[in-house]
Design a protein around this ligand. Structure first.
Ligand SMILES: NC(=O)c1ccc[n+]([C@@H]2O[C@H](COP(=O)([O-])OP(=O)(O)OC[C@H]3O[C@@H](n4cnc5c(N)ncnc54)[C@H](OP(=O)(O)O)[C@@H]3O)[C@@H](O)[C@H]2O)c1
Length: 357
């Protein structure tokens, strides 16, 4: 309206102000509007979020492309009993939250008026919880979420690869109450959670057996694994070894075979429980001298701080397989889903370099 009322030169000036204001309120984000293959991911201009009084606006620099992101995108979850509650939560006909990304690193852009624990420019990393949104250039999150200062000795790419794997691994390794010298088997050790679990179990003094596919052996041994079993060739349950702790992230593994190879007083922890495992676990705990449990990690700030300390002390490193630009988000998801990646797949959000500390 204003534009059409103004004269020629004014028109151009007002139009340019109007468009730059519009651009200012837009950001680029990887979005998806229907469930499906990686090709449903599109790079789009979307409204830039505005932080509420208790929120921080984060300029995202890197986001991990996780197995969970791929599961939410395709709506193919390995744990079937979870289908209905998830579908209701995530959107029955199409995804309710159209920007994925649960784990990120970045910088505080601005803070809501009630936020006292962050300041603009601070480098952070953390978890977006059920809000997601880290596949966009900016994400607004409550300041009370699991967001803390980024480790000083990690690049944005490396830091983005920590929260999912590190928080989940730390939760389960602490829950296992590992004592120095105990034998710990980690099934699915080469993934985001497993690579952190191996390092954390080693830092607790355990003797670690890593189970994954053969191409991950070198990486897992470098991270500290004492023994390695290639699941494509050997069955760890049939090798005649027993363990004090089994951390199992593979949904199809045999529960009874795992319980059988636990030592007396041993603990079995499932990070990916089928309904049958959830039903059988309490009976194992009540009626045998072994403990079986499953959990969904809470992902707290205290745990992330403990991880940062371990990173800064050199006890944990972050393994980044490959960094993709935003336009190649579909490729990033394909690599997570179908290829034999070594470490985390990271998406560089925005244009600036993310691989230096
Ligand atoms: N409980 C919780 O709170 C929680 C939280 C987050 C995620 N999760 C779940 O935990 C699981 C692991 O997550 P993640 O992010 O670490 O996944 P990930 O990065 O994909 O890692 C899974 C690893 O397991 C390996 N694997 C596949 N089949 C195997 C088998 N039969 N035996 C041994 N290893 C096998 C994979 O290797 P290949 O390359 O050979 O496939 C991969 O290295 C996911 O299913 C996820 O949904 C649970």
């Amino acid at each position: 309206m204003m534009v059409s009322e103004a004269g020629g030169g004014d028109n151009a000036r007002l139009w340019s102000q109007f468009t730059s204001r519009c651009e200012f309120r837009l950001m680029q984000a990887i979005t998806y509007s229907k469930y499906g293959s990686p090709d449903v991911l599109q790079l789009n201009d979307v409204p830039k979020p505005t932080p509420k009084d208790d929120e921080v606006l984060i300029r995202v620099r890197a986001a991990e492309a996780t197995k969970s992101d791929c599961e939410m995108r395709s709506f193919r979850f390995s744990v079937k009993w979870f289908w209905l509650p998830l579908r209701i939560g995530l959107g029955l006909r199409k995804p309710r939250r159209q920007i994925l990304g649960g784990y990120f690193s970045g910088e505080i852009e601005s803070c809501g008026k009630d936020v006292t624990n962050f300041s603009a420019g601070e480098q952070v990393f953390g978890a977006a919880g059920l809000r997601l949104g880290a596949y966009g250039e900016f994400v607004a999150l409550p300041a009370r979420y699991t967001i803390i200062a980024k480790p000083g000795n990690m690049s944005f790419a490396e830091a983005a690869a920590v929260p999912l794997g590190g928080l989940n691994a730390l939760h389960f390794m602490r829950r296992a109450r590992i004592q120095a010298g105990e034998s710990v088997l980690i099934n699915g050790a080469g993934g985001s959670i497993g690579t952190h679990a191996v390092q954390i179990a080693k830092s607790m003094g355990a003797e670690v057996t890593a189970v994954d596919s053969g191409i991950k052996e070198d990486m897992l041994r470098r991270l500290g694994a004492d023994h390695f079993i290639d699941y494509t060739k050997d069955d760890f349950a049939g090798a005649g070894q027993t363990y004090d702790v089994i951390f199992d992230m593979v949904p199809g593994s045999s529960y009874s075979a795992c319980i059988k190879i636990l030592n007396s007083g041993g603990r079995y922890l499932s990070g990916n429980p089928r309904l049958s495992v959830m039903l059988r676990s309490p009976f194992t705990t009540w009626f045998t001298d072994k403990i079986a449990s499953f959990a969904f990690a809470a992902e707290t700030s205290d745990e992330l701080m403990a991880l940062r300390e371990m990173i800064e002390d050199g006890k944990i490193v972050s393994i980044v397989d490959k960094v993709y630009p935003m336009e190649q988000a579909a490729k990033a998801h394909r690599r997570v889903e179908t290829e034999q990646r070594l470490g985390a797949v990271v998406i560089a959000i925005g244009g600036s370099p993310i691989e230096q500390t």
